[in-house]
Ligand binder design. Sequence first.
Ligand code: SAM
Length: 319
Amino acid sequence: MAYLQIGLLAPRLFVRKSLPGLVRLDVVEREKHEIKENEAEAGPSEVALAAERALRELAGTGGNAKLFLPPGAPCDNDIVLSVVLVEEDEWWIGYHLHSRYHRPWPGGVARIELPRAAPSRAYLKLLEGLSWPGLPIRKGETALELGSAPGGASFGLLERGLSVLGVDPADMSRAVLENPAFRHIRLQAKQLRMDEVGPVDWLFSDMNIAPDEALDAVEKLMAAPGGMDKGRLLGALLTLKLTNWKRSQDIPELVRKLLERILVIGFAHAQAAQLYYNRHEICVACFTPLGLERISKTLKPAPSARLHESVSKARKKKF
Ligand SMILES: C[S@@+](CC[C@H](N)C(=O)[O-])C[C@H]1O[C@@H](n2cnc3c(N)ncnc32)[C@H](O)[C@@H]1O
């Protein structure tokens, strides 16, 4: 196979010289066409699987023994070597120190199965969004979801043992309404009052309105007497529709402004990504100081504290 004959040497040399310890290996073939909305998700390509097998075999021999960790999802602070098979004679190779803000799937291509009972594909967005920043939700906690109909995301949260309060003027599906841990408030988000809500651990939002309008609703709930920032809120996962752009070059600035506003609203940290299951929208993970505290307790110690620190500082500057 031409891919393998031409490309194999490069990662071997690169890895041996540059990387300490065992590394995770991600091999992915560049997608040759745009994935359509309802297209079945293809698994890793034959070429990617063959390249990964060959790299692992190579790593298991002679002086290269014990180079790669066994296949599996990366953990915080793992070093991940990514090999992207672009063309037969072109492989892109890079590595990163894994954190909750890197997608855990090779090439960022999430592979999540949609249960037959899930009311919508928003279930996929939710699960991808939970894994991307490693949102540390716990069974028994309470979630408020703005824009909850027909219920794919609520279904995913209920499945994980949370109680869910869904706010949407549209109908919810029976699959969630029949769950006693779900309550529907048939209102527009901006009409909601905090005394109808009570204490909330996590906020989710997925409304098909302009992003600033969605943030107006979040701001109002945060600022209200007994508002979320004064309670026990840990964080939020916001799907914001990118409605207001003409040129793709404008998007980074647009996203920067949205993130700035989220910090002003009262969150301590916010990070954006366009997830695999996002279309013309972005996913923003936001944490309160309480949420950041919980995250810091779940982190494995970094192999190099300085490297880790500079990564997070660079990110803060960027957004
Ligand atoms: C993409 S769908 C949400 C999908 C949903 N999260 C799920 O898991 O199935 C967008 C929803 O936003 C709701 N919506 C639009 N404007 C809203 C507003 N101002 N307040 C609350 N919901 C709103 C719509 O009724 C629609 O159900």
